[in-house]
Ligand binder design. Structure first.
Ligand code: PLP
Length: 360
C-alpha cells in the first residue's frame, strides 16, 4: 500500500502519525480491551479523551475561561441554522459579511430565522477580493456579525476582523489551527473538523460564555448551545471516534510546536505554490494577492480543454483530488496542516512537467 498526496478540500488528509497511532489503538485502547468506537461515552476512558481534546485545544489556541469549548454534531452547515436559532433571541437582525460561497450559504440559512443585513459583498468582483471594512454598514443593535475568514471554495482568506462592538461569529472550518488567532476578538468560532482537525462528524465550537444567556428553552434540546455547555457536549451520544481523532490531531500539533510553528510551515508552503503559479503563463490564480488563502489554492490552466487530462495525469502521479469545486471548476489544491512541503514540491514538479509538455 502506498499513500498519495491528497489535496482534497475535505474530508482532507490527516497526519500519517495520527492514523498510525489510531491504528495501533484500534483493537485495544490503552488496555480497555475495546476500541474507542465501542466504549460508552460516559465511561471514564472516554471522558478522559473528551477532557484531553478540550484541554489541548484550549492550550493550542490560548482560549481563556471566558469561553466554552463545545463538540457539536451535524456539520458546519447545521451551525449555519443553529447559530441564528440560538443567538438572535431578543434581537431583530443579524449582520453577515458576504465573501463567497460559504458566506452565501450561511446567509441563506440565517434568513430562515432572522432579518439578515448583508453588510458588504464582493459578489460583483466574483469573490476575488474582500470588501473594505471601512465601508461596512454595520447595525450595532444587531445580534452579531458573521464572517467566513477562509472561503474554501473560492480560495480567499483574510486575517483581520472588522472593528465593531458586535460579537463576531466566524466560520473557521478551513483555517482553524492553521494560523495564530486572538480568540478574545470573537464571540464565537466554529469549524467543521474534516479539514484541519479530524474526521467529519464533529464541529468545534468556541463560544463566549455570556452569549449562552441568549439561548432559549424553546430550542430543540440538542440544538441549544447553553444545554450543550451545561452537559459538557454530551446531551446525547457525541461523535466519540471523531473527538478521539481530534485529540490525536491536537497532540500531533503540539508535537509540531503548536499553531505558531505550523503557521510558519503553512506560509512557506503557500508561498512556493503561489510563486510558481505567478511565474507561469500557463497557470493562474484569480484572487487578490492580499487575500489569497494559505489553505485552499485554486488555479486555472491557460487552456481549459486540458483540465481533464491534467486531473487524470495528476491522479496517476499520486496527486489526488485536484479538481476545483463543482460550482467553479478549474483546479484547487487544498494544503492544510497535514500536507507536508514534500507534497507541494511534488505538485509543483508535476505542474512544471505538464506545462512543458502542453504550453504552446
Ligand atoms: N464552512 C466552510 C468554510 C466549509 O469549507 C464547509 C465545508 O467544506 C462548510 C462550512 C460546511 O461543512 P459541513 O459539510 O461540515 O456542513
Amino acid at each position: 500500500m502506498s499513500r498519495v498526496y491528497n489535496f482534497c478540500s475535505g474530508p482532507a488528509a490527516l497526519p500519517e502519525a495520527v492514523l498510525k497511532k489510531a491504528q495501533a489503538e484500534m483493537l485495544d485502547w490503552h488496555g480497555a480491551g475495546v476500541s474507542v468506537m465501542e466504549m460508552s461515552h460516559r465511561s471514564t476512558e472516554f471522558m478522559s479523551i473528551l477532557a484531553s481534546a478540550k484541554a489541548r485545544l484550549m492550550r493550542l489556541l490560548d482560549i481563556s475561561d471566558d469561553y466554552e469549548v463545545l463538540f457539536v454534531q451535524g456539520g458546519a452547515s447545521t451551525l449555519f441554522a443553529q447559530i441564528p436559532a440560538n443567538l438572535t433571541n431578543g434581537f431583530d437582525s443579524a449582520c453577515y459579511l458576504d465573501t463567497g460561497a460559504w458566506s452565501t450559504k450561511a446567509i441563506k440559512e440565517a434568513k430562515k430565522y432572522t432579518k439578515v443585513n448583508v453588510v458588504a459583498s464582493s459578489k460583483e468582483q466574483n469573490y476575488t477580493t474582500v470588501p473594505a471594512f471601512a465601508d461596512l454598514e454595520l447595525d450595532e443593535s444587531a445580534a452579531y456579525l458573521h464572517v467566513c475568514p477562509n472561503e474554501t471554495i473560492g480560495g480567499l482568506e483574510f486575517a483581520d476582523l472588522p472593528e465593531t462592538n458586535l460579537p463576531i461569529i466566524a466560520d473557521l472550518s478551513s483555517t482553524i489551527l492553521s494560523r495564530k488567532i486572538d480568540v478574545s476578538k470573537y464571540g464565537m468560532i466554529y469549524a467543521g473538523a474534516q479539514k484541519n482537525v479530524g474526521p467529519a462528524g464533529v464541529v468545534i465550537c468556541i463560544i463566549r460564555k455570556d452569549l449562552l444567556a441568549r439561548c432559549s428553552d424553546s430550542l430543540p434540546t440538542v440544538w441549544n448551545f447553553a444545554n450543550l455547555a451545561a452537559n459538557d457536549s454530551m446531551i446525547n451520544t457525541p461523535p466519540t471516534f471523531a473527538i478521539y481523532l481530534a485529540d490525536l490531531v491536537f497532540e500531533w500539533l503540539e508535537e509540531q510546536g503548536g499553531v505558531e510553528a505550523i503557521e510558519a510551515v503553512n506560509i512557506a508552503k503557500a508561498k512556493v505554490l503561489y510563486d510558481f503559479i505567478d511565474a507561469s503563463d500557463f497557470y493562474a490564480n484569480p484572487i487578490d494577492p492580499a487575500y489569497r488563502s494559505r489553505m485552499n489554492v485554486p488555479f486555472t490552466l491557460a487552456d481549459a480543454s486540458l483540465e481533464s487530462l491534467f486531473l487524470e495525469e495528476s491522479e496517476a502521479a499520486g496527486l489526488r483530488t485536484l479538481a476545483g469545486h463543482r460550482s467553479v471548476g478549474g483546479m484547487r489544491a487544498s494544503i492544510y496542516n497535514a500536507m507536508p512541503m514534500a507534497g507541494i514540491e511534488a505538485l509543483i514538479q508535476f505542474m512544471r512537467e505538464f506545462e512543458n509538455r502542453h504550453a504552446q
